[in-house]
Design a binder for this molecule. Structure first.
Ligand code: SAM
Length: 281
């Protein structure tokens, strides 16, 4: 236990978010980043990489349900899944709730996986699932080199700096397109619409240039991330998330969720703010 210790993430030189820390559970430096796992008063266990909140037990369900269930219910029969990043395990935990064959889970940093396995079991609880195939490598290199084709690719990446920078570049999206089957789709963590609109515009442009015909952002609240408003970008070769039948989702949704349901599935796209729709036109 520590006494009156606060962790602060600076969003820019004028804005920061601080949480009061109960205990420092893990602190180490890998080849790629500084890893910190904190136990906090209001956000529960928190994973911090290079001084940036990655995930907190308080609000992770919003992020992990939406990055997984929106694409997996948009696809009528997702079987072969690729997750890039997401070392905390929260995305894979949601993916294996579906009737899939296999999820290839490509994470760069084995130290993040090991630390989360030990200190954040609520997120990393499916790491031993036989459908989960963990591959420790760079996702950028993986999609450039693999011959495999997937139904759904989920890119659960951090901010576009360091080893994650290339996950937001044109070449990467071209390779993601190549790794998807003819009716495949992808979703990527795409930062704050309020702070990173130019980045989101570029993502949409690169995805269009890569060949995707359906490109749709969606937004949601994330109290632990800068500005509190966060986004995902969906890019699809064939299926439009707005055209999925609500009854089909209800039938397939045979597991517990806290945020996602068939109404959220459609409503989240209907509620895309005007400034964001106009930015990616
Ligand atoms: N939800 C988080 C967010 O929005 O910030 C992302 C969480 S997850 C912990 C991000 C993971 O991506 C980290 O574990 C990091 O090691 C991994 N990562 C970063 N660059 C990568 C790359 N090029 N290939 C594969 N994984 C990468």
């Amino acid at each position: 236990m520590v006494n009156n210790v606060w962790f602060t993430e600076y969003h820019n030189k004028n804005v920061a978010l601080s949480v009061r820390v109960k205990d420092i559970l893990y602190k180490d430096k890998s080849e790629y980043q500084e890893i910190l796992i904190l136990d906090t008063y209001d956000f529960g266990k928190v994973l911090v990489l290079d001084n940036t909140f990655q995930t907190t037990e308080f609000d992770e369900f919003i992020y992990h349900e939406l990055i997984s269930h929106i694409p997996l219910f948009t696809h009528p029969n997702p079987k072969d899944i690729l997750v890039i990043g997401g070392g905390d395990g929260g995305t894979v935990r949601e993916v294996v709730k579906h009737n899939i064959n296999k999820v290839d889970f490509v994470e760069l940093d084995s130290k993040v996986l090991e630390a989360c396995k030990k200190y954040m079991p609520k997120l990393s609880c499916e790491m031993e699932n036989e459908k989960v195939n963990i591959i420790i490598t760079d996702g950028i290199k993986y999609v450039a080199e693999t011959e495999k084709k997937y139904d759904v690719i989920i890119i659960d990446c951090p901010d576009p700096v360091g080893p994650a920078k290339g996950l937001f570049e044109k070449e990467f999206y071209k390779n993601v397109f190549k790794c998807l089957k003819d009716d495949g789709l992808m979703v990527q963590q795409s930062e704050s619409p309020l702070y990173n609109l130019d980045l989101i515009k570029n993502i949409a442009k690169y995805l269009r240039e890569a060949g995707f015909s359906i490109i749709m952002p969606y937004v949601y609240p994330m109290p632990s991330y800068p500005s509190g408003m966060w986004s995902f970008m969906l890019a699809s070769k064939k299926y439009n998330p707005m055209e999925v039948d609500e009854e089909t989702i209800k039938e397939r949704l045979n597991f517990e969720t806290k945020y996602y349901d068939e109404q959220v599935h459609k409503g989240i796209f209907l509620a895309t703010p005007r400034f964001l729709k106009e930015a990616i036109k």
